[in-house]
Write a protein that binds this ligand. Structure first.
Ligand SMILES: [Zn+2]
Length: 261
């Protein structure tokens, strides 16, 4: 009933983006060797729950606490009583339900409170060891999951968007560059993205994103050296104001790209 990829089981749900009708954002659920990687958002509970119930989940790891990854953690804790591992920096935050902006509630739904355990450096299943890698950038407290035996990398949201033109106010692209560099030092080939699925030649996503960010950083450096202020650089590099910028300007902006590079 669910898709298989080697000995991994996965499924997928989809949400519509209110500011961009017809443009959906997918969510992928991955389960391997007793480990569930991310829980998906609470708005996709009808997709998630049957998947959780048909796979023998022994432990759950969250790449980060955003509601589209941790939205079902509370449900899993209550109904399946499995340990949920999370970056130590987000443990406190997990204990309270956040007050999310309306557009986030519309897309992904609530992120109920849950009690997580600090994520260790590695997690052990019956068959495999999963290395947990610190990868800030998309969010300060973000982890990737590396299955060395197979050369597989569960990348959370690191390569969901390859050429960002707007980013969230809590993203940092200089950190993102370091994380991409660090991961490219590991022997992985296949990438499991939380929103774009399975990529057999996934290293290529990492090099493409890294090349884009390094070129952007160099260009910003030149413009700064020429005396331009960040607002002016932003207008020059990202002239078309994204429709998203208008809807939720405070949370999500192109200017923040300039500020963090
Ligand atoms: Zn995220």
């Amino acid at each position: 009933m669910y898709s298989r990829y080697d000995d991994l089981s996965y499924t997928q749900g989809s949400r519509n983006m209110p500011w961009n009708p017809g443009n959906n954002m997918d969510v992928y659920y991955y389960f391997i060797d007793g480990l569930l990687i991310d829980t998906g958002p609470s708005n996709l509970a009808a997709t998630a729950i049957p998947f959780f119930q048909s796979n023998p989940i022994q432990q759950v790891v969250l790449t980060h606490i955003h509601e589209d990854h941790a939205g079902m953690a509370g449900w899993l804790q209550k109904h399946q009583r499995v340990p949920i591992y999370l970056h130590p920096g987000s443990l406190e935050e997990a204990l309270r339900e956040p007050e999310l902006a309306n557009y986030r509630l519309d897309i992904w739904g609530r992120r109920p409170a849950f009690k997580a355990a600090p994520i260790p450096d590695s997690l052990h299943g019956d068959k495999y060891t999963f290395d947990i890698i610190d990868t800030p950038g998309h969010y300060r407290y973000h982890k990737a999951v590396f299955l060395r035996d197979k050369g597989w990398l569960f990348a959370g949201d690191l390569v969901t968007v390859l050429r960002p033109t707007t980013i969230f106010s809590d993203e940092n692209l200089t950190d993102m560059i370091s994380s991409l560099h660090h991961l490219l030092g590991l022997p992985f080939h296949t990438v499991f993205c939380a929103h774009t699925g399975i990529h057999r030649t996934g290293r290529e996503l990492f090099t493409r994103k890294l090349d884009y960010l390094l070129a952007l950083q160099a260009r910003i450096g030149e413009l700064r050296a020429a005396g331009l202020r960040d607002v002016e650089i932003c207008r020059k590099l990202f002239p078309q104001s994204d429709s998203l910028n208008r809807v939720i300007a405070a949370d999500f902006s192109s200017l923040h790209i300039i500020a963090t590079l």
